[in-house]
Design a protein around this ligand. Sequence first.
Ligand SMILES: Cc1cc2nc3c(=O)[nH]c(=O)nc-3n(C[C@H](O)[C@H](O)[C@H](O)COP(=O)(O)O)c2cc1C
Length: 341
Amino acid sequence: MQIGSLKTETSFFLAPMAGYTDAAFRSVCKRFGCSMGYTEVAVAQGLIRGSKPSWHLLETVPGERPIAGHIYGSDPDVMARTAAAIEATGRFDLIDINCGCPVRKIVAKGAGAALIRDPNRIGEIVRAVRAEVSLPVTVKTRIGFDAEKPRIREIAEQVETGGAHALAIHGRYAAHHHRGDVDWELIAEIKTMCRIPVIGNGGVFTAQEALRRLRESGVDGIMIARGAVGQPWIFDDIARLERGEPIAVRRLTELRDIIEQHLAGLVALKKIEGGHRRKGSFLVDRGAATHFRCHLIQYLSGLQDWADIRRQFNDLASSADIMEVVDAVFERQHSDIVPSR
Ligand SMILES: Cc1cc2nc3c(=O)[nH]c(=O)nc-3n(C[C@H](O)[C@H](O)[C@H](O)COP(=O)(O)O)c2cc1C
């Protein structure tokens, strides 16, 4: 897929997810052929002030490119200067502007999903960012704030005239957060009115769905969020299906290896963060283990006796604890095949 000057290997991307899509998880998805990952969302004001926690959200590791730096804010000038600072790191391939996050504290600042109610402001932000950076600029938004009023037609017009290189649309209303129907028909309609590439998003949990949505809606790309959590191999499944091959059977040994890679990546990231905050290695490891729990739930869900093990989760305080639980769960399985969702 071509997004401005950036050519991606496939049309399937890992969507931004706060608390999930850090460099450790993006690298695991990359291992399975994800052709671009988005960072967690970072606040432009914080980045421009040099806030370490905000910059930590944009941590990257070698080998995971291309990467989209995903930011939110409401002031075109601040957004533009932030985008320039991100470009100056030389670690990013694209700047993505969040115009869809419904989290109250973001909306209260006039950013994220609040921008859906002000399509002109989205246009101004895109124009300002475009003027400051040479990287491709994209917008990720939703079809509207609430179901009474889809705003995506006006938004698409502003995004396009503002000079963005692509538009990603989550086919739900902001008021519905991540639940409810995804309006792929409306996404398809927007695709027909846009000259820039359109990336569709929402409710894609299997490789079959990914290919069907791409084909039926006519969009240029598909972004997968929750469908990649606990099954990062979804990108490999898609590639195999596209080639007409059967989807690979995943064995517990491979899942163990994925969990180890992911956890080690997280420890490495926490070490960098720990360095900022002068944390000892014990706290670094505990931070990684605590953070990893949300992924672990998804990696292990569907396995036998899973509910029992889940009760021990709050006691997992180190990477060693995590791997011990993983091995205990695996020992209880009657089959070495990872069940498909
Ligand atoms: C835990 C979580 C965090 C998310 N964080 C962001 C975010 O920071 N920025 C954003 O644009 N979308 C965010 N999203 C929305 C996803 O990118 C995606 O649009 C949404 O989950 C629909 O895709 P899905 O049905 O494939 O999960 C988040 C979703 C989840 C579940």
